[in-house]
Design a protein around this ligand. Structure first.
Ligand SMILES: C[S@@+](CC[C@H](N)C(=O)[O-])C[C@H]1O[C@@H](n2cnc3c(N)ncnc32)[C@H](O)[C@@H]1O
Length: 217
């Protein structure tokens, strides 16, 4: 029997990001509005895709980690939902366009299965996780910004008109991204209570921004 939004069952394995407050809030905010076609980019345990499917969305979910995909597919069966799972580096294996893309990106764009084993384990302990995120961020600042810009540019090309992109981001990252991408508009930002400085940012695109700039409008 299909589960309800309140009693989603999630099982996890070593090396896969566990469901945390950011995951839950990302799912709730992404699922708002009229359900259409959505993508969970970097699905981990599959929680966001499962939540959104139960809220009526038609979901694709991708992850670069086969370990994560196995867990997500198992959780999909556990909750009796139909989700299209793809093994994919970002958008490489996605098909068609979306009305919503949800993404809780890793701190670095070049994680390996081994580094993921470490970070996904530490992520389970909130205070250590906060510290780890800040250290990793300061060490890999440019790498993370470039990775986020790549995700946003990919999402921009795959979102339908009026489509939304929801991401877990530090407050200062939202400003950096807005400064780097003229077409990007942050339509909403909700702080995550237990993760100081982190937000669920909702973006939309003004795809005429470049033209307007060129025409001096
Ligand atoms: C921070 S975890 C988030 C997991 C889940 N969405 C959540 O919110 O709990 C990031 C996920 O992105 C995946 N990932 C990392 N790099 C990726 C890439 N290049 N393409 C697709 N997925 C990627 C990781 O394997 C991991 O499952």
């Amino acid at each position: 029997m299909q589960k309800s939004l309140e009693n989603i069952s999630i099982e996890n394995a070593l090396g896969v990001c566990s469901v945390s407050e950011d995951t839950r809030l990302l799912a709730q905010i992404s699922a708002q509005g009229r359900p259409h076609r959505g993508l969970d980019l970097g699905t981990g345990t599959g929680y966001v895709a499962i939540y959104m499917t139960l809220a009526g969305w038609d979901m694709d979910a991708v992850d670069i980690s086969r370990r994560a995909l196995d867990v997500a597919q198992h959780n999909g069966r556990l909750n009796n939902v139909k989700i299209n799972f793809f093994h994919s580096n970002l958008f490489d294996a996605t098909q068609g366009h979306y009305d919503l893309i949800a993404c809780n990106a890793p701190m670095r764009g070049n994680e390996t299965e081994n580094s993921r084993l470490l970070t996904s384990t530490l992520r389970r302990i909130t205070p250590i996780r906060n510290l780890l995120m800040r250290i990793t961020h300061s060490l890999a600042k440019r790498n993370r910004l470039d990775f986020l810009i790549k995700i946003i540019r990919g999402a921009q090309s795959l979102l339908n008109e009026n489509g939304r992109l929801c991401m877990v981001l530090f407050t200062f990252e939202i400003s950096e991204l807005l400064a780097n991408i003229p077409e990007l508009i942050c339509s909403d930002s909700q702080p995550i209570p237990s993760l100081t400085g982190l937000n669920i940012a909702t973006f939309i695109f003004n795809n005429n921004a470049e033209t307007e700039k060129a025409l001096n409008l």
